[in-house]
Design a binder for this molecule. Structure first.
Ligand code: FES
Length: 170
C-alpha cells in the first residue's frame, strides 16, 4: 500500500534535540579554542549518561489491537513493557498528545534509577525521593520538582494514521 508522507507523523524528543544542539554548539566553540580537557569533561555530561540507553531498536504497535485502547483517544496514557531489549526491560509511558502525535518516556527516574509511580493526567511521582515529572502534553516527562537532575528519558515516536501503527524507537 502506498502511504502519503503527510499521513506519517514523527516526533523526536525535544530534550534530546535541545541537548544535541547545545552539545554541538558547545563542542564547536571549544574546538576553536583548542581546550581538549574541557571538551572531554563536557562530553561526559547529559545524554552521554542516559538512564535509558539508545539501542535504535524499533517496536511497532497497532492501536487497533487489544491492550492499546487507552491510546485511541487524545489524552490517553498507557504504561507498557516492550521486552528486555527495549529500555533495559523497563516500562515505557506513552501519551497521545494530539490526533497524530504521541510521546513516550522511560519509567526510570534519572535521580537514582527507581521506577516512577503510576501516572495521572497531570504528573507522576518517583516513590524513592519524590521527584515529580509532568504528564501534560506540553511538557511530557519534564522534571517538575525533587532531586532528579532532569526530566525522564524520552523515545522517538512516529504514527501512521492510515494503518494506526505507532512506532517507538529505543
Ligand atoms: S530515584 Fe527518583 S527521586 Fe530519587
Amino acid at each position: 500500500m502506498q502511504l502519503s508522507s503527510q499521513s506519517i507523523m514523527k516526533h523526536k524528543p525535544t530534550d534530546t534535540s535541545r541537548r544535541n544542539f547545545l552539545k554541538t554548539a558547545t563542542l564547536g566553540s571549544l574546538a576553536l579554542v583548542g581546550s581538549t580537557s574541557l571538551l572531554s569533561t563536557l562530553a561526559g555530561c547529559g545524554e552521554d549518561n542516559p538512564t535509558s540507553p539508545r539501542t535504535g531498536e524499533r517496536v511497532e504497535v497497532n492501536l487497533n489491537e487489544n491492550g492499546f485502547e487507552a491510546l485511541r483517544e487524545v489524552g490517553g496514557i498507557l504504561r507498557r513493557n516492550f521486552g528486555s531489549n527495549r529500555n533495559r526491560g523497563k516500562d515505557v509511558i506513552i501519551r497521545r498528545t494530539a490526533q497524530t502525535e504521541f510521546r513516550a518516556v522511560s519509567v526510570v527516574c534519572p535521580h537514582a534509577q527507581c521506577d516512577i509511580g503510576t501516572p495521572n493526567q497531570n504528573s507522576v511521582t518517583c516513590p524513592c525521593h519524590q521527584s515529580m515529572f509532568s504528564m501534560q502534553a506540553g511538557n511530557f516527562g519534564a522534571r517538575l520538582s525533587g532531586p532528579a537532575p532532569r526530566g525522564l528519558d524520552s523515545f522517538e515516536t512516529a504514527f501512521n494514521a492510515e494503518t494506526q501503527i505507532l512506532t517507538i524507537t529505543f
